[in-house]
Ligand binder design. Sequence first.
Ligand SMILES: [Zn+2]
Length: 261
Amino acid sequence: MIFSYSLFETPFIAVYLLVLAFLFGSVFASFITCTAWRVVRGEDWVKGHSHCDTCGHELSTADLFPIVSYIALKGKCRYCGSKVPPRDLIFEILLGLLFAGTLALHGSVDAPVIAALALEMLLLGLSLADWDSGVIPDGFLAAILVVWIMTVGFMPDMQRYALEGLAASACAGIITAAVIAVAGKVKKAEPDFGPVKLIMCLMLFLRLKGAVIAAVAAIVLVIVFVLICKKKKKRAALAPAISIAFIVAFMLNDVLLSVVC
Ligand SMILES: [Zn+2]
């Protein structure tokens, strides 16, 4: 039996679940931005304690509430008074809105939406890590595979979903690996296959229509990102562009499938 809980049974349930989704989104954003930051700096992301980047003071639980702590402390460190950049706050609000938006668009709590929310969190983490360090950490990719393994058995029309995902992953992998290898030869630089691995992991989650949307959106966004990075004289981080393209595809895939089926 496939578990599914309708969002719009009563207005109360809808409001309750959407508020809950926003709160979960902001808490997970707080966790994943911190994890990405520690992975980039080579710190222990399981045991390490959060600390102020300026004075190094360990942060207490009261300092770590997403959104609320930042506003209560007026964006400053409680111990040394130095300004805390609003980046984490922005991502806490964004992921909260994205969680609520994904749930509202999907209309029910089930395996596809749980997979989508888990992926949105992981994509935020690996995009930040790629933006800051230029590397997509393998740990995030392994976590994406774990999400696929844990949810694939609960997806509607499971066998077709799994086969289409595997086919899309293999095709996208071969094409992007070839493009990156050729680009590396032309630029006489060591090719970076991180984005290929990311695309292959993400394509597993898409039905064929979604995979086509993701491919088109990714090509457009990657070009825009490369141009932005060139202007900022920064190494082109492709993970944010690929992540946004995939999230758009996942949402449109849902809408298209509900219209077609
Ligand atoms: Zn401080």
